[in-house]
Design a protein around this ligand. Structure first.
Ligand code: GAR
Length: 207
């Protein structure tokens, strides 16, 4: 991807607080990453991520899924916007909707997701609670390319977080998020430097 001098153009998709969006935006601002967040796409008009985006003067695209006949319909509208804006990379950062091929196909290999568990364990909703309820001793965070399945795409990077005996979902989620806030910008930086290559299910990261 973008090995030219042009900054990598990113669209972040989020549904909630947007702390990962903020961590990425701050890393870019510190110039750790030759990239620019062009757009925040959000399916929830009341999500705090929109306030964060406004404070950082980053454009937002808000939609209400219920106003569309199907997922494919709103995704097509979003894809048209992303292509018109020349977006290079989609970052799903707490985007809590199922994705269809309308979005996956034009952006395969150019769309990543952050998940709060060590995939392939505990995919889908509530990865933090799943690991805790299962009694796992280790969990963590995963950044992966998005394919047609739920959290099944090729893995780019993972980091382990230990589960403590006295952890609650809140304390564990907090420690995982601290890791996410470092891991996600690190992966985006590697992508912006053209260091990440995808071959089948295998992701190679050049040193
Ligand atoms: C993050 O912890 C992310 O891993 C998770 O949502 C949180 C969003 O937090 N994503 C998923 O569970 C996707 N399956 P944020 O809005 O503060 O970045």
């Amino acid at each position: 991807m973008s090995q030219s001098n042009e900054p990598l153009k990113i669209a972040v998709f989020a549904s909630g607080s947007g702390s990962n969006f903020q961590a990425l935006a701050e890393a870019i601002k510190r110039e750790d990453i030759h990239a620019s967040i062009e757009l925040v796409v959000c399916d929830k008009p009341s999500a705090y991520v929109l306030e964060r985006a406004n404070q950082l003067n980053i454009a937002t695209y808000v939609f209400k899924p219920k106003e569309y006949a199907s997922r494919e319909h709103y995704e097509q509208e979003i894809v048209n916007k992303l292509l018109a804006d020349g977006i290079d990379l989609i970052v799903l950062a707490g985007y809590m909707r199922i994705i269809t091929n309308v979005l996956v196909e034009p952006f395969y290999g150019r769309m990543i997701n952050i998940h709060p568990a060590l995939l392939p364990s505990f995919p889908g909703l509530d990865g933090v609670g799943q690991a805790l309820d299962y009694g796992a001793k280790l969990t963590g965070a995963t950044v992966h390319f998005v394919d047609g399945g739920t959290d099944t795409g090729p893995i780019i990077a993972q980091q382990v977080v230990e589960i403590r005996e006295d952890d609650t979902k809140e304390t564990l989620a907090h420690r995982i998020q601290q890791v996410e806030h470092i891991l996600l910008p690190k992966v985006v930086r590697m992508i912006s430097e053209g260091k990440v290559t995808l071959s089948g299910r295998k992701v190679r990261v050049a040193q």
